[in-house]
Design a protein around this ligand. Sequence first.
Ligand code: ADP
Ligand code: MG
Length: 329
Amino acid sequence: MKKFISITLCILLTITLCSCSRGFERFNKSYTDLFDTVCSVVAYDSDQKSFDKHSEALYNELDSYNKLYDIYNSYDDLVNIKYINENAAKAPVKADKKIIDLLLFSKEMYELTEGAVNICLGSVLQIWHSYREEGKALPKESELKDASKHCDIDDLIINKKASTVYFNDKKMQLDVGAIAKGYAAEQAKAFAKEFWSSALINLGGNVTTWGVKPGGARWIVEIENPDRSATEALRTVDVVDSSVVTSGDYQRYYEVDGKRYCHIIDEKTLYPADGFSGVTVIYEDSAVADALSTALFILPIEEGKKIINSLKYARAVWVDKDYNIINSK
Ligand code: ADP
Ligand code: MG
């Protein structure tokens, strides 16, 4: 009887897998004008027309996050983070729910990362950004210290009910760069799950996946090697319903007197974090993974491990400055 049941189950499972995979093809699309990076999607859909329709809907959804979370550009009358930076110290600014939710989530990430990721560090990050663009010198310590007086996350006042943002510090500035892509990817995943049962979204290295491929295979994600002379990926991971997010010092940086200064700033020193070449976090929620990859890039390894171990199923890979690889549990 048991044998009969298991054979029947096997047959049923095979029929289910075959019918799922029948007619589903793999499609992909790249977008070059979102989040100041290259973004792409790979998905299984019934045909090209259906995929085109769905990928356009996904693009529009991602673009709404791209514009709302932009700190450098304005878009007609849109209240985005740039607008908030320019106006929220004068009076509370009414903002889209997508912004309010991101800011509330970012406050949670401040707690989880023990302050390592602070979206209110904008005044300090703006200084580093302009020196990095210039590419010649380091900012003066006094300039950084002055700016650091305006980074208290408690001065970011969010009224969820009224959907408003207010800065209780005239010089405070938001920078959501450490979290926004992962958060947008997570929201876009929820949106696209309505029409794709299996897909991978990549927002400039913030990869999120859901489902398995027709036939049952997992999504495979390659982790880039921070050692630019290496010819192979650092690691290849296969994931189910999971995200893979990397922070590194090898894409956005500049050099002064032969030393590399990257774009991730340690609030304790006010200087670029310099403990690692790259950190990758694997976790179901890509918004959390994005916040954590930035945090783990800044924090000493033992503190990073403590945070990773506090989350069920979270994994991390650190690559130090000599390209030694350290794994979490
Ligand atoms: P990327 O955006 O290159 O994928 P990250 O997710 O690590 O990499 O985010 C880096 C960005 O986060 C920086 O460009 C800057 O805008 C912002 N940032 C840097 N340091 C901090 C910090 N300590 N807290 C919050 N945001 C930060
Ligand atoms: Mg990040």
